[in-house]
Design a protein around this ligand. Structure first.
Ligand code: URA
Length: 250
């Protein structure tokens, strides 16, 4: 079902200014559709997605209309918040994208000192589907540890009985794949606060560095540098959900 919206409302919600400012741009012939100036600011738009290829605003291709899904390579040192002090992930997006309605928000959070794959979207339903504990979307982290693994962690993380300090429920079974004595992939299906760091703390270790390289079936591409982002298409969004949940422990 496509929603019909007025052009001035659509562009205003996409951060191009107030509706009055958009109306002024229309009058000034600054908005082109298929190469010709748009005549009426209140023209009805039935399928905003199709406009990207057809519309320019002040000579520039239209920003992605609502329904945006982004994959960002989150660098270390930026915070997943709209309002905390210090550099925020949103400062890595074009300024106009930060004044959109609905807002583009991170899908869950990564700690300031965690790098890697971070999804952002303005689609609230999609956001909730990805983070919903019922969906079991696995998230894979590469952890670098202060102390060598002792061999017991794979079973303890898989057990479904590991308690984290301050929590009243054990963490769901998680898959640990040791790579070297002090590095391992850990795949979790929940999104608890500082979960990976707290899981290693619960087995007497300490995470020195943390990087997320997968969310569901979507992997961070090698050529996406820290701080860079890309728009996801339908197939990539579908890939997020296209993975079996990790095996439950017996
Ligand atoms: N677990 C953590 O401890 N930190 C993150 O940023 C993500 C998962």
């Amino acid at each position: 079902m496509s929603v019909i919206v007025r052009l001035d409302r659509l562009l205003s919600n996409m951060g191009y200014g107030s509706r009055r400012e958009v109306q002024q741009m229309v009058r000034a012939g600054q908005i082109l559709l298929d190469g010709a100036p748009v005549k009426a600011a209140d023209m009805k738009i039935a399928a905003a997605q199709t406009l990207v290829e057809r519309m320019t605003v002040r000579g520039q291709r239209l920003d992605p209309p609502p329904g945006v899904v982004l994959m960002l390579h989150k660098p270390l040192g930026v915070t997943c918040s709209h309002k905390d002090a210090g550099p925020l992930v949103y400062s890595l997006l074009p300024p106009r994208w930060r004044s959109r309605e609905p807002a583009i928000s991170t899908v869950g959070r990564l700690d300031k000192d965690t790098s890697g794959l971070l999804l952002l979207t303005d689609d609230g339903d999609l956001l909730h589907r990805i983070i919903s504990p019922r969906r079991h979307v696995p998230k894979r982290y590469l952890a670098t540890l202060a102390r060598p693994l002792d061999g017991s962690e794979v079973a303890r993380f898989a057990s479904g009985t590991l308690m984290l300090e301050g929590d009243d429920k054990p963490v769901a079974p998680a898959v640990l794949e040791p790579l070297t004595p002090t590095t391992a992939f850990l795949t979790v299906t929940e999104g608890r606060y500082h979960q990976v760091r707290r899981m290693f703390a619960a087995v007497g270790n300490h995470v020195e560095a943390l990087h997320r390289d997968r969310v569901g079936g979507l992997a961070l591409p090698d050529d996406l540098a820290p701080g860079r982002y890309g728009l996801l298409g339908e197939a990539e969004v579908a890939a997020i959900f296209a993975v079996p949940a990790p095996a439950e422990s017996n």
